[in-house]
Write a protein that binds this ligand. Structure first.
Ligand code: ZN
Length: 219
């Protein structure tokens, strides 16, 4: 199959990171397609926000239901009976970690992209992320990129514009792309499902706010 190098598929949740990636992709590719996943997350309104952001940005939007992922492994993002870790536990990952999530998402995204003749795939994972989720690390992404190419005999390129930057620099990138206010007001990063500046208390809100305050104070 002939691959189109002018189109990118963005794995898109409607949060700060993947929305920044969506606009990064719009700057770097002629056409952008967004793929969101329903994976049993408690706050499924995030996919409706994602849909709105994509449509407003003139980006083709697709939603795929992969809810089985949330039921495979115990985690506090999909199981309402588990109290969410506020900090990273000693020597482990917080229970907000959904095991295999990025492995599933990116593998499914690659099959989906292949069907559409797209070989550029963009994901907002960051190794600088405080949580240390193993499937956000650069080594995992590079390894998976090789695996996907071997699995389908294709030339996928996984792009990770946020891999080596922290939240402060992610806000700087949003500003550079001209979407700081859009990302601040319309995205949802909060683990309690509150849009924009969020609940202010959960780990995701704290990280996001600290980054924003840092960026605005040094601007
Ligand atoms: Zn929050």
């Amino acid at each position: 199959m002939k691959m189109n190098r002018e189109v990118a598929l963005v794995v898109f949740s409607g949060g700060q990171d993947s929305t920044t990636c969506l606009f990064w992709a719009k700057k770097n590719f002629k056409r952008v397609v967004a793929l969101s996943f329903l994976y049993g997350q408690k706050h499924s309104n995030e996919v409706e926000l994602a849909r709105k952001i994509a449509l407003d940005a003139d980006v083709e939007f697709h939603l795929m239901d992969v809810s089985f992922i949330g039921t495979l492994g115990q985690n506090s993002l999909t199981d309402t009976t588990i109290k969410m870790d506020q900090d990273k536990p000693e020597g482990g990952v917080p229970n907000t970690f959904v095991p295999g999530r990025n492995l599933f998402f990116l593998s499914i995204a690659a099959v989906f992209a292949r069907e559409k003749g797209i070989n550029h795939i963009v994901t907002g994972v960051s190794q600088t992320d405080f949580s240390g989720y193993p499937d956000c690390r650069d080594a995992f992404i590079k390894s998976l990129n090789v695996t996907l190419n071997l699995a389908m005999d294709e030339q996928f390129v996984l792009h990770t514009p946020l891999m080596w930057i922290d939240k402060t620099e992610t806000w700087a990138l949003a500003d550079e792309l001209g979407v700081l206010d859009l990302i601040r007001n319309e995205t949802l990063t909060c683990y309690n499902g509150i849009q924009g500046d969020g609940c202010g208390e959960c780990p995701a809100c704290k990280l996001r706010r600290e980054g924003l305050q840092n960026y605005l104070s040094q601007k």
